[in-house]
Design a protein around this ligand. Structure first.
Ligand code: CAA
Length: 389
């Protein structure tokens, strides 16, 4: 067991930290207030290679390892969780599955523009009636000529408004219900129409959209992996993506803790700094402990993934725990700041709003428990899908 980051990992962590402190954190409150998607930030991140941190150099990336990418996400999310999720979806939910499942031709064609940050990626799985039950999706891809005609609607698609490449899941076998019969496709922005911008509790600097696909005709070169085996692409993608969301949660929780600790040292009550009171000390001690535990689970899952070892369970545990820490401890940070914490004068109310989504997207905490339970009980086939008969 080695808890030390390598010199390369430390260097990339420092690069992301400095960039986040200089370019992101000072603007995050304004982006949140104005619901502004900071496009210029992604161009700057691309210049640093951070839109393709763990993508091999031959495909236009920075060639770092998966843990380095996780360190970057943590630092970006510490400054602004909306920027964090934009990069997370772009990288782990689009670029990496294209690398993992693409043919040589698909990799050469689709990965470099994403890894270089020339455009953003969006992951289009969820539909109005297929959220946790992703296998219930209805978007259809009907065979036409040597390819398919795709028709349907997707909901809550992060990055869609600004994306150039979509990893989209559609049903190619209309006779088969559930996860079997789903295929993965690579679409361009002109295959898709963005119909709505979601208004959210937080993450206001990220974009979340409804999209429709109105008879987009695509050839076989757009099919990722095997026909009718796209659900596996989605699940493997989420196995890695969930580690990214865990890192986002750690970053948010760390930001809240940093503000609460400094505030506790400066704020006086009853003639003493409030950090002198045991009630506050215990809160800070719990925050520090839980954040460290969440970080270790996250780094461990990332390390397993990097080594090519099974990481479904480890990633689900990391996301389950880290998202709970972020939700709880951002609330405790508000409590330490008292009335100030509830105002926009301090950023902790934003952290609190941003933290909640980490318990929901890329699989709710309930779905993470289901994934963990199946793994520890050795259940191959889930009872949830069984009901479809
Ligand atoms: N790796 C590889 N294959 C996997 C897998 C994994 N981790 N998990 C399942 N599979 C395979 C199964 O082996 C099965 O394959 P076969 O058909 O060949 O046997 C197939 O996938 C279907 O699996 P299940 O029978 O387990 O499917 P299910 O219908 O019971 O669903 C589920 C499983 C875990 C509940 C899944 O639907 C799920 O993860 N739901 C949550 C969806 C989710 O996380 N959505 C996030 C949206 S993206 C997002 O949020 C991005 C963002 O904006 C930040």
């Amino acid at each position: 067991m080695d808890f030390e980051l390598s010199p390369e990992q430390k260097e990339i962590q420092e690069l992301a930290r400095e960039f986040a402190d200089r370019e992101i954190e000072p603007n995050a409150a304004e982006w949140d207030r104005e619901h502004r998607f900071p496009r210029e930030i992604f161009a700057k991140l691309a210049e640093l290679g951070l839109m393709g941190t763990c993508v091999p150099e031959e495909y236009g990336g920075a060639g770092a390892d998966f843990l380095s990418y996780i360190l970057v996400l943590e630092q970006l999310s510490r400054a602004d969780a909306g920027v964090g999720v934009t990069v997370a979806v772009h990288t782990s939910a689009v670029t990496l599955p294209l690398l993992a499942f693409g043919t040589d031709e698909q990799r050469a064609r689709f990965v470099p523009p994403l890894a270089r940050g020339d455009h953003l990626g969006a992951f289009a799985l969820t539909e109005p009636e297929a959220g946790s039950d992703a296998g219930a999706l209805r978007t259809r891809a009907d065979a036409e000529g040597d390819g398919w005609r795709i028709t349907g609607a997707k909901q809550w698609i992060t990055n869609a408004r600004y994306a150039g490449t979509f990893l989209l899941f559609a049903r190619t076998d209309q006779e088969t219900a559930g996860a079997r019969g789903v295929s993965a496709f690579v679409l361009d922005a002109d295959h898709v129409r963005v119909t709505r911008d979601e208004e959210k509790l937080g993450l206001n600097s990220s974009t979340t959209n409804d999209i429709v696909i109105e008879g987009a005709v695509v050839g076989r070169d757009r099919l990722l992996h095997e026909e009718n085996h796209g659900f596996r692409v989605a699940m493997k993608t989420l196995d890695g993506g969930r580690i990214g969301i865990a890192a986002q949660a750690v970053g948010i929780a760390q930001a809240a803790y940093d503000v609460a600790r400094e505030y506790a040292k400066e704020r006086h009550a009853f003639g003493r700094p409030i950090s002198a009171f045991q009630a506050i000390q215990h809160k800070l001690a719990d925050m520090a402990t839980e954040i460290e535990a969440a970080r270790l689970l996250t780094y461990r899952a990332a390390t397993l993934r990097e080594r090519g070892e099974p990481h479904t369970e480890a990633g689900a545990k990391a996301k389950l725990f880290a998202s709970g820490v972020a939700r709880r401890q951002t609330g405790e940070a508000i409590q330490i700041l008292g009335g100030y914490g509830y105002t926009k004068e301090f950023p902790v109310e934003r952290y609190y709003r941003d933290a909640k989504i980490t318990e929901i997207y890329e699989g709710t905490s309930e779905i993470q428990r289901l994934v963990i339970a199946r793994s520890i009980l050795g259940l191959q086939e889930p009872s949830v899908a069984g009901r479809r008969g």
